[in-house]
Design a protein around this ligand. Structure first.
Ligand SMILES: [Zn+2]
Length: 384
């Protein structure tokens, strides 16, 4: 467990109220990609804050015109990419997976507007991952099984989070090694490892990424289920779970110099996990967890389901299911590596689901069996 749940409605109101303060004081730069020429963007100031219209976003990214539906939603879609915005909400679907914006989408003079920070920090890296600047090759994966020792993490009827997380990391390690990656574990046994030390291990490794593995828990809703993944909240933005009156909204803690890389690492792992395992999509989120704050390399924290929910706690207790989770995480990491090393477009949730259903078809008895494509081959076909 690494977070508490959030209440959407209060969050919207508060996030709106605090937008004024936050955006006033933050010099938000658009991503430094050269194609972000000022001519392409008509920045709309609302209450002194910078927004871009959904129409402008559609035009810049060469989407067909947006299709409004249900009154409060607008969708943009082409062959490979999709966006679905909801008015007055931080929730947005990007390429078929839920994401949480820093600030809600607003309406102004009949247009839906998205904050400039979200364009730069949330949309751009996922719409054009091949253009993420300064994306380093991946040689080392630092796996961080959450908790350990006296810190048991969350508990289910079947065991402790610390043990399930360590087991997933142990299953993941050989899968990554088989891809030629070096793997460092922040702990290999049931030991307590301080959070600062976990981050230091990642920072000391050459060309590394950091993947922290946790399972979720909540005392608010026994039926809460699903996957979620976190990277560090950008400077001056509220975290996804900030839903109470708190000046932490005005948190000016440093963001991450590798923010785009971390968000895209989140997306790569999340799309694979969601595409391989049919659990609820809680989304790609932001938080200031210590391990995310203190790591200087692309870093994410995945919550692989809820130990407080009957069905998921049973799944998590099943070693075959944990092996499947490890497998899905490894494919996500492999996709991120292919992006970083070779600018290969990462697979999306729909690509994985298509692959799974075609694999099932090819398992049917057939006179000319078709070999199941490997992820890298398949994504090479999908890349235009
Ligand atoms: Zn945890």
């Amino acid at each position: 467990m690494a977070s508490l749940r959030h209440g959407k409605t209060r969050m919207i109101v508060l996030a709106k109220r605090l937008l004024a303060l936050a955006l006033l004081t933050v010099p938000v730069a658009l991503a430094p990609a050269p194609a972000f020429a000022s001519d392409d963007w008509q920045v709309i100031k609302v209450g002194g804050h910078d927004y871009l219209s959904v129409d402008n976003i559609a035009k810049f990214y060469s989407f067909p015109a947006g299709v409004p539906f249900g009154g409060r939603k607008i969708g943009l879609e082409d062959v490979n990419r999709s966006l679905e915005f909801t008015l007055d909400s931080r929730e947005v679907m990007i390429n078929g997976a839920r994401n949480w914006l820093c600030f809600p989408v607003i309406e102004h003079e009949g247009k839906f507007l998205v904050s400039r920070m979200d364009l730069a920090k949330t949309l751009e890296p996922q719409l054009r991952p091949q253009r993420i600047p300064n994306i380093d090759r991946v040689q080392t994966v630092v796996l961080d099984p959450g908790h350990g020792g006296y810190d048991k993490g969350a508990t289910s009827n079947y065991g402790y989070e610390k043990d399930f997380a360590l087991d997933v990391a142990r299953k993941l390690r050989p899968l990554l090694q088989a891809k030629g990656l070096r793997v460092i574990m922040t702990r290999e046994s049931d030991a307590f490892v301080p959070l600062e030390l976990r981050a230091r291990i990642a920072n000391a490794a050459h060309n590394s990424i950091f993947v922290s593995i946790h399972f979720n828990a909540t005392d608010r809703d026994p039926n809460a289920t699903g996957f979620e993944i976190y990277s560090l909240t950008p400077r001056g933005a509220p975290s996804t779970s900030d839903d109470s009156v708190a000046l932490s909204f005005m948190n000016m803690q440093a963001g991450s110099a590798v923010d785009a890389q971390s968000v895209e690492l989140s997306a790569c792992i999340y799309h694979s996990v969601l595409g391989h395992i049919p659990e609820f999509d809680r989304g790609i989120k932001r938080a200031r967890f210590a391990v995310l704050r203190l790591t200087k390399v692309p870093a994410v924290l995945i919550e692989g389901g809820f130990l407080t929910e009957r069905g998921e706690s049973r799944l998590i207790a099943n070693k075959d299911w944990r092996a499947k989770l490890a497998q899905a995480i490894s494919v996500g990491i492999e996709n991120y590596k292919a992006l970083a090393d070779n600018k290969q477009r990462p697979m999306l949730v729909a690509d994985y689901r298509r692959q799974t259903s075609s694999a099932q078809i090819t398992q049917e008895p057939s006179p000319t069996p078709t070999p199941t494509p490997t992820p890298s081959l398949l994504s090479a076909v999908i890349v235009p």
